[in-house]
Design a protein around this ligand. Structure first.
Ligand code: AMP
Length: 207
């Protein structure tokens, strides 16, 4: 399998499991959220344009995200495939992706809204390398296991923003479940519970 999408609400574990699948299959993970955060950090024109949308928990306009994604897909690194994490999030994005690469499977991570809110409360990220962790795995540790920097709460993980992101998910992204089901590509996985159990379910869904 060469092109795999990880679909699911914010906090469903897309980043964590897309990264594991990327290592398992030896193809790069493309996270549009990480790319946009890099642009914001670098204060690029795209970063400045995206900032307001991201901080409000809204989607960055399709045209901007699609252009950024297509540029990334055309790099040699993506010649053998890619794992999409957080893209597509709208119908036009799904259509744009279908025009450039054939999709082999869509892993749909399923989780109840309340479990998301609980999970997001404990999410911690590394401002330097982007590594994501959770207070329930960290215990008393507060530093990044990859680069040692102090972990922080992502600015869009504040409770009000999480609720806005969930609303956006239900309105704009959830219809993609039916879109990919119709095309015979959807593989749903229960994303609640222990991360290693979910990893095993994802592995089976990818087999
Ligand atoms: P994520 O890291 O995937 O949760 O994305 C964080 C934020 O980046 C989202 O809440 C959006 O504001 C923006 N974003 C990421 N991917 C997309 C996308 N495919 N389309 C529009 N906005 C996006």
């Amino acid at each position: 399998m060469k092109h795999i999408i990880f679909l699911g609400p914010p906090g469903s574990g897309k980043g964590t499991h897309a990264e594991k699948a990327s290592k398992l299959l030896g193809i790069p993970r493309i996270s549009t959220g990480d790319m946009l955060r890099e642009h914001m950090k670098g204060d690029t024109p795209l970063g400045r344009e995206a900032k307001g949308y991201m901080e409000a928990g809204q989607l960055v306009p399709d045209a901007l995200v699609i252009k950024m994604l297509k540029e990334r897909l055309s790099t040699p690194e993506c010649a053998n495939g890619a794992i999409f994490d957080g893209f597509p999030r709208t119908g036009p994005q799904a259509e744009a992706l279908a025009e450039v690469v054939p999709i082999d499977a869509v892993i749909n991570l399923e989780i109840a809204d309340q479990a998301i809110v609980d999970r997001m409360k404990g999410r911690r990220v590394c401002p330097k390398c982007g590594f994501t962790s959770h207070t329930s795995w960290l215990g008393r540790k507060t530093d990044c296991e990859k680069c040692g920097s102090d972990l922080v709460i992502r600015s869009d993980d504040q409770p009000e923003t999480v609720l806005a992101r969930l609303r956006v998910y239900h309105e704009q992204t959830k219809p993609l479940i039916a879109y990919y089901k119709e095309r015979g590509l959807l593989r749903s996985v229960n994303s609640e519970g222990d991360v290693t159990d979910v990893e095993e379910r994802v592995r089976k869904a990818l087999a």
